[in-house]
Design a protein around this ligand. Structure first.
Ligand SMILES: Cc1ncc(COP(=O)(O)O)c(C=O)c1O
Length: 394
């Protein structure tokens, strides 16, 4: 590389990434092929519009690329072309979610989503996000005792508030989600049902987490977490669902372009296509299974060492540790800093019923997807848990 300054930073970051234990559950290590496609000459091209309906010339190859990526997305999640439309153009997870609301929910309408402190994402209608300014969030949390979803309470809330859309799939919820129950809740108030499977998409592809596709109208996902692709996102929408005489898939496509974005990032789309092919292999199934086993091993050992695991465990790619334990332990911010000094990267996180602040919350969020990509197994997780315990108790 001619630019020595940037080359130096790439080398510095490579060294940093190699030298740490990465327990951020939303990060991963994409393959060389994914990174090659991401940095390919596709990045030179403008392709505003959709395949065979572009606003620029010279798009025969990019049409082929985008259609192939859509096909691979259906294959990775075992979906029929008859039922599911796929949009692979969102630049990332946040615009993907925004586009769904823009397409399906009238401005000022109600979106029922989980609060940040219980594990929801900013784009599920939080006030500080555009999604909470243009629409009204109907917030829900988890049961304060069990720290898991209370579907009866959710149904009562939905019936009372009558949201236009309900979103399930969270950013810091460690347990399995019952999508069938959410479907029934959405039907009880006539809402659309959207699942944001960003965190556990790789586990769905690998067959170790409930698939939302039997029940949802729309499924969004980032591609850079457990799916191990580049930073990007996909929106899946049912072809048989309408608002009036308009297909929801057409409304969502229009919300992405021209509603929110200009030209698609074709390098990203090429890289997503590579990742989706990788996610359709038997080796990826094994990987997904190992991610869950590793999460559970980490949770079990930390719990044995006296740390409180939110909701008592995990069935996914992540776990929440209550490091504060009502004042008997240490705050999340301090825990994050201490661990980073010891070469373990985690992120501080709020816990259900948070009594501190989001800037210095009561817990940390841990997840093994990145370390599992590096080949770590349960025995390694036990060692990591013991190191975390030693560092936090110092
Ligand atoms: C559940 C969920 N949805 C959406 C997003 C947003 O994705 P992005 O950071 O790519 O905008 C995230 C990111 O962490 C997430 O966890």
């Amino acid at each position: 590389m001619k630019d020595k300054e940037i080359q130096r930073l790439i080398e510095k970051e490579t060294k940093r990434q190699k030298g740490v234990i990465n327990l951020i559950p939303s990060e991963n290590y994409a393959s060389k092929d994914v990174l090659t496609a991401l940095g390919s000459i596709f990045d030179n091209k403008y392709a505003e519009g959709y395949p065979h309906k572009r606003y620029y010339g010279g798009n025969t190859v990019t049409d082929e690329l985008e259609i192939l990526c859509q096909k691979r997305a259906r294959k990775a999640f075992r979906l029929s072309e008859k039922l599911w439309h796929v949009n692979v153009q969102p630049h990332s997870g946040s615009p993907a979610n925004l586009a769904v609301y823009l397409g399906l929910v009238p401005m000022g309408g109600k979106i029922m989503g989980m609060t940040l402190t219980a594990g929801g994402h900013l784009t599920h209608g939080q006030k500080v996000s555009m999604t909470g300014k243009a629409w009204q969030q109907v917030p829900f949390g988890v049961d304060p005792k069990t720290e898991v979803l209370d579907y009866k309470a959710l149904k009562a809330l939905a019936k009372k508030e009558k949201p236009a859309l309900i979103v399930a799939g969270f950013t810091a919820y460690p347990r399995m989600i019952d999508f069938k129950k959410f479907r029934e809740i959405a039907d009880s108030c006539g809402a659309f049902f959207m699942v944001d499977m960003s965190h556990f998409a790789g586990l769905v592809a690998g067959g170790v987490y409930n698939s939302p596709f039997r029940y949802a109208d729309v499924v969004t996902t980032t591609t850079h977490k457990t799916l191990r692709g580049p930073r990007s996102a996909i929106i899946f929408s049912r072809k048989d669902k309408k608002i009036g005489d308009k297909d929801i898939s057409v409304l969502i496509d229009k919300a992405i372009f021209p509603g929110l974005q200009g030209g698609p990032h074709l390098g990203q789309i090429a890289a997503v296509a590579v990742a989706l092919k990788e996610a359709s292999t038997p080796a990826f199934k094994k990987y997904a299974k190992q991610v869950v086993k590793n999460s559970q091993a980490l949770a079990k050992e930390l719990s044995r060492l006296g740390w409180r695991i939110v909701s008592g465990g995990t069935e996914s790619n992540l776990l929440l540790v209550d490091t504060w334990m009502g004042g008997k332990g240490i705050p999340g911010k301090e825990a994050e800093a201490k661990l980073e000094k010891a070469g373990i990267i985690v992120n501080k996180n709020t816990i259900p019923g948070e009594t501190r602040s989001p800037f210095d919350p009561s817990g940390i969020r841990l997840g093994p997807p990145a370390e599992t990509t590096r080949g770590k197994k349960e025995k390694d997780m036990i060692k990591i848990a013991r190191k975390i315990n030693r560092v936090l108790r110092k």
